[in-house]
Write a protein of this length. Structure first.
Length: 158
């Protein structure tokens, strides 16, 4: 291969990598990797959560798991506030849902049951748009006294 062709191919590959990186950063707001965990500090306690930023991770969610450790969950991140609908397909345990926007709790839903059977496609939709949705073990909202209006501080888990 001639040096000019090698150079051109190299420049094209670097350009593709740069564009891919910019798109990834834009879609995740440059804050969390899909494999990261974060700490969400509420007025009465802290929850450690896995990040679900990619469509694949969001689709999988907590499906198939039989338990969550106390004060652990999964945080779904979206590039802009929206009324994101969730379902409990494949869930084997009930969950509490916490919708967060602008670092404040805007809605909660406690004790959402797993599906009764394979045909049960119950949908969980908030009443207002949110850019973060936190799924936690049932009883967490009550345990930490989480309520609408609570301020949530988010930091990387160490």
């Amino acid at each position: 291969m001639s040096p000019q062709i090698f150079f051109i191919v190299g420049v094209i590959c670097m350009g593709i990598a740069l564009v891919g990186g910019v798109l990834w950063w834009h879609n995740t707001k440059g804050t969390f990797l899909d494999t990261d965990t974060v700490r969400l500090s509420f007025p009465h306690g802290i929850i450690t959560a896995e990040i679900a930023a990619s469509p694949a991770k969001q689709s999988q969610g907590l499906s198939g798991r039989t338990e969550l450790p106390s004060l652990h969950g999964m945080l779904f991140t979206f590039s802009s506030p929206q009324k994101q609908t969730f379902w409990m397909k494949g869930m084997k345990m009930p969950l509490d849902f916490i919708w967060i926007s602008d670092k404040k709790v805007i809605e909660t839903r406690s004790d959402v049951p797993p599906p009764k059977n394979l045909l049960d496609m119950t949908l969980i939709t908030p009443t207002q748009p949110a850019d973060l949705v936190l799924e936690v073990a049932v009883g967490t909202i009550e345990k930490l006294q989480i309520k609408v209006g609570d301020v949530v501080e988010i930091s990387n888990a160490k």
